[in-house]
Design a protein around this ligand. Structure first.
Ligand SMILES: [Zn+2]
Length: 141
């Protein structure tokens, strides 16, 4: 496994989210039982160059969203491109059959707005927000 692994994590030294490079694993063997304690891995902050220890088991479970808790469809607003969403809203995407939280809103290069949704099963997806049909040139109609 030669691929380098970079993550974006909150750096306590920089007091912000920074890019971090995987430095190496440190196996924690409390009580001699590997599987119970997870995988502690050192990451180096690309900004301040501090080494920070993360639990990769935790990172993987948190990867999609720091705030994902169990979410049911009933708690979600059904996603539709025409609607506008705000950060923190829970949405249900019918085609993807997944629920998630709106993590971020962005203006795309073409000026349209998009939302970044952290889906529970699928991970992060970018979706169209506040879609206006008149923004698009349609062949007929
Ligand atoms: Zn840092």
């Amino acid at each position: 496994m030669a691929r380098s692994k970079n993550i974006t994590q909150f750096c306590a030294y920089c007091n912000k989210e920074t890019k971090m490079a995987r430095v190496g694993a440190m196996e924690v063997t409390e009580n001699g039982e590997k599987d119970a304690v997870g995988n502690k891995v050192w990451y180096k902050c690309s900004r301040c160059h501090h080494n920070i220890l993360f639990d990769e088991t935790e990172l993987n479970s948190l990867k999609d969203s720091a705030e994902i808790k169990s979410l049911s469809k009933e708690e979600c607003i059904e996603y539709s491109p025409e609607n506008s969403y705000s950060v923190g809203q829970a949405i249900y995407h019918e085609n993807l059959d997944d629920v998630g939280w709106v993590k971020d809103k962005k203006i795309m290069s073409d000026g349209r707005s998009a939302i970044i949704v952290a889906f529970q099963k699928l991970g992060e997806r970018k979706l169209i927000d506040n879609f206006r049909p008149e923004d698009t040139v349609l062949p007929d109609e």
